[in-house]
Design a protein. Structure first.
Length: 231
């Protein structure tokens, strides 16, 4: 994924920059609604199961964020606690149940192109997975789901979106976006957390939390997140 990939919303003069595992499926679909083209991908009001918003969206554009802002576009994105984001990535890409017919196929397509593919496997323990992610440098050999969030939305000029929502308060964030754009969109969470999922803190030892915090230090500093001790 190019770090300068966006979804343009022409009628609202707005730009959404997606970040993997930060409600990007939900917000890409909301962007289609903002743009007024969602009906092209729905059947009787529901999203066509054959439509993949990551591959088929007609709104995708590329280019440094500051160049689009210079054209007068209002920009937004969404971030998430980086420790929680990594747990979500593991649940969705590694630990997904074996009875999901697409799980193995998606795992192969996402990770097999990379030279570290032999270090990851389906259903590997979270701690082992996290340590592999921490060992991967942020270069062309880093899979986008593992990259810091800042890589996607802080471009070389230092520009960041005009508004950065948070997964932890997504309803409030999208309401603010709707207010700014003077448009409406239904917020239907595309990938809600599984029932009974433990808090992200439960997946970490103190040592692993420190290691992941160092891996995503830029996100911690830029977005003000911390590893909150559950109590």
């Amino acid at each position: 994924m190019n770090p300068w990939q966006h979804q343009i919303i022409p009628r609202a003069k707005a730009l959404y920059t997606p970040i993997p595992k930060c409600a990007c499926t939900t917000l890409k679909k909301a962007s289609l609604e903002f743009a007024g083209v969602d009906r092209l991908f729905k059947i009787d009001g529901d999203w066509d199961p054959a439509f993949n918003v990551h591959w088929h969206s007609p709104l995708q554009v590329e280019g440094p964020l500051n160049e689009w802002r210079d054209r007068g576009l209002w920009s937004f994105s969404c971030v998430r606690n980086p420790w929680d984001r990594l747990v979500s990535c593991w649940i969705d890409k590694i630990a997904r149940p074996t009875d999901d017919p697409l799980a193995d196929q998606e795992f192969e397509s996402l990770f097999s192109p990379y030279p570290w593919f032999d270090q990851v496997r389906r259903h590997m323990p979270f701690e082992e997975f996290a340590r592999v992610v921490c060992s991967i440098e942020d270069d062309d050999l880093c899979e986008p789901h593992f990259r810091p969030m800042a890589w996607f939305i802080a471009d070389e000029s230092g520009a960041v979106p005009d508004f950065v929502a948070r997964v932890e308060s997504l309803d409030h964030g999208l309401a603010h976006v709707c207010e700014i754009l003077q448009l409406e969109a239904d917020l239907v969470h595309a990938h809600p957390d599984p029932d009974g999922r433990k808090t992200y803190q439960a997946y970490y030892t103190p040592q692993l939390a420190d290691q992941v915090g160092r891996r995503y230090r830029r996100d911690v500093e830029l977005f003000g997140y911390s590893f909150e001790v559950a109590g």
